[in-house]
Write a protein that binds this ligand. Structure first.
Ligand code: TRP
Length: 79
């Protein structure tokens, strides 16, 4: 994951998740050889999470009804 040498910020993409029901899970998966869950964030209906891909997080799994916005477009999970 690229890091800005001047200010130390991580240059990973941001993404937005908006929960369309209670109990949506946003699960971060570790970067590198060992791919495992490292964090689960629970969102309730209407809650929004803005997050980034980082040196620790290379993938994200979303469980539940949600809208996910990335630089590649917007997707909705199916029921
Ligand atoms: N400590 C995590 C990290 O820096 C926090 C995090 C960033 C995260 N993006 C995430 C957790 C996406 C879950 C999902 O990588």
């Amino acid at each position: 994951m690229a890091q800005d040498k001047e200010n130390g910020t991580i240059q990973g993409d941001y993404f937005v998740i908006k929960a369309k029901e209670n109990g949506v899970h946003v699960i971060g998966l570790t970067r590198g050889h060992d791919t495992r869950f490292h964090h689960t964030e629970k969102l309730d209906k209407g809650e929004v999470m803005i997050a980034q891909f980082t040196e620790h997080t290379s993938a994200v799994k979303i469980r539940g009804k949600a809208v996910v916005m990335t630089r590649y477009g917007t997707v909705e999970t199916d029921e």
